[in-house]
Design a protein around this ligand. Structure first.
Ligand SMILES: [Zn+2]
Length: 469
């Protein structure tokens, strides 16, 4: 069982002193904020975790997921102040000052606690210095009382009667973590603005991760002497409109034959490639990712069209249905000229490349990229590098095959990756030194793991949408 399979793994027990000190610290901070912002509304957001372990890598992930979701709902009112402290032993918490009426802000907080998948794990205190509505209860505002973590009863009643013991409560918290992040990740039904931001983040994050074997990053152009990090920045920015139109095409799609959804986004895909080539002055930076991410976003838009939070497996099932004719139509047909790398490889080795990956539902995203990102710890660069090297070991990378002209190279790549993780991966100095050397070796041999990089973009995208990063 990996480090993060249990939500409390790696956590530290708090003492009563810790809790009392933290309460005083929080109340002081709130007092200062109320004094400084007498006309505005103050929010204190924290997790509501029973027992002595209040923080852990996984609890931090839960907090981040909730914090992001709540912030995306606060768009009506200007935010005057933000402070987020994720590492406190007493649990992650955050503070906000919002220029909005306390009653409306409080309603938004209650809606979040009621409707967000993880909302029951959160406690949002809404305060203001000079307003009488301070004491308004859920009932006064027209909401039902808070429901218990374990059963669906009034949480207050369960607490008063001590209906559940500590183990039962902790199991319930762990179940929330497993349901949201582990078994079949839940992707909140975001609006277009958040989806476009997340996709742009994913593209720029992939370009920024360093050192990547043979790939372009801020320190190196890798095995690509016709592009650099700025080509990737320009290319990513050029795709912003494409992300939104694929997502919207999915949200607005009403048919039952999902292959028609693929046809619907095709023209956008062609325009996106043009925009990429214009931005990079003719260099292919993102062709593979334009294909996979566009299809993923359309599928996610479709799967969340009723504003229900879809599971990852549902989204990937839509991806597979959209792409079910891709291999048959695109690869098997005789192409006399303008063969793509994927088509040539299919003819030569029967590798189905990116089209086959879509037709199968982007399996490595679900089975490798996302779970490895969740299990990884350290800064974002370290986590994404670990995810990348796991992905590189588990796919038939069409860029790598094309550049090496060696169909056996995926096996060799798996061996490189294994060595990297034996040395401790990106979390260790030895692992990082090995990766730098591998980058140099790849540059010498003109190799690059472009296919794994495309999966890293998808991984970072879903990681962002779920709040993992
Ligand atoms: Zn209960």
């Amino acid at each position: 069982m990996s480090l993060l399979e249990n939500v409390f793994a790696g956590g530290k027990q708090v003492t009563l002193d810790n809790v009392l000190e933290n309460r005083e610290w929080r109340s002081n901070l709130q007092g200062q904020l109320e004094e400084k912002h007498p006309q505005e509304t103050i929010l204190a957001i924290k997790l509501n975790i029973p027992g002595a372990i209040k923080n852990s890598p996984a609890l931090k992930q839960l907090f981040t997921a909730g914090w992001r979701t709540f912030m995306a709902r606060l768009t009506f009112w200007p935010v005057r102040y933000i402070k987020v402290l994720k590492d406190r032993v007493t649990g992650p918490e955050g503070f906000l000052v919002v220029a909005g009426p306390i009653t409306e802000v409080k309603k938004e907080a209650i809606r979040f606690e009621q409707h967000f998948f993880l909302g029951r794990l959160f406690d949002i205190d809404v305060m203001a210095e000079n307003q009488e509505q301070y004491q308004l209860s859920r009932k006064d505002l027209g909401f039902s009382p808070r429901t218990c973590l374990v059963c669906d009863q009034d949480a207050k009643l369960c607490a008063q009667t001590e209906k559940h013991d500590l183990q039962e409560l902790q199991t319930a918290v762990n179940d929330f973590y497993q349901e949201y992040f582990v078994k079949d990740p839940v992707i909140p039904a975001w609006d277009k603005r958040e989806v476009v931001k997340s996709a742009l983040f994913a593209f720029l994050a992939e370009a920024s991760v360093t050192p990547k074997p043979g790939l372009v990053d801020p320190a190196s152009t890798g095995s690509h002497d016709d592009m650099d990090i700025f080509s990737f920045i320009d290319s990513s920015i050029a795709l912003e409109g494409y992300f939104g139109s694929c997502f919207e095409a999915g949200r607005e799609f009403h048919g039952s034959d999902l292959k028609a959804l693929l046809l619907k986004i095709r023209p956008s895909g062609i325009r996106a490639e043009e925009a990429m080539f214009i931005a990079t002055e003719g260099v292919n930076t993102h062709k593979g990712a334009i294909f996979t991410v566009g299809i993923f976003l359309a599928a996610y838009g479709y799967a969340s069209r009723n504003y229900q939070d879809p599971s990852l497996s549902f989204v990937l099932d839509v991806v597979a249905q959209m792409g079910s004719d891709l291999i048959k139509e695109e690869l098997a047909k005789k192409t006399e000229h303008d063969q793509t790398a994927g088509q040539a490889q299919y003819e030569a080795y029967r590798f189905t490349g990116v089209r086959g990956e879509v037709a199968e539902g982007l399996v490595p995203l679900e089975k490798v990229g996302l779970p490895e990102l969740r299990k990884s710890h350290g800064d974002t660069n370290v986590r994404l590098l670990n995810a990348l090297m796991h992905l590189a070991a588990n796919i038939n990378d069409s860029t790598l095959i094309k550049r090496s002209k060696n169909p056996e190279i995926p096996r060799q790549m798996a061996a490189y990756s294994q060595k990297f993780f034996e040395l401790g991966g990106a979390n260790s100095e030895d692992g990082m030194a090995y990766l730098k050397q591998l980058d140099q070796d790849f540059i010498k041999e003109n190799l690059s793991i472009g296919g794994a990089a495309d999966y890293l973009i998808l991984t970072a995208l879903v990681g962002r949408l779920t709040g993992l990063i």
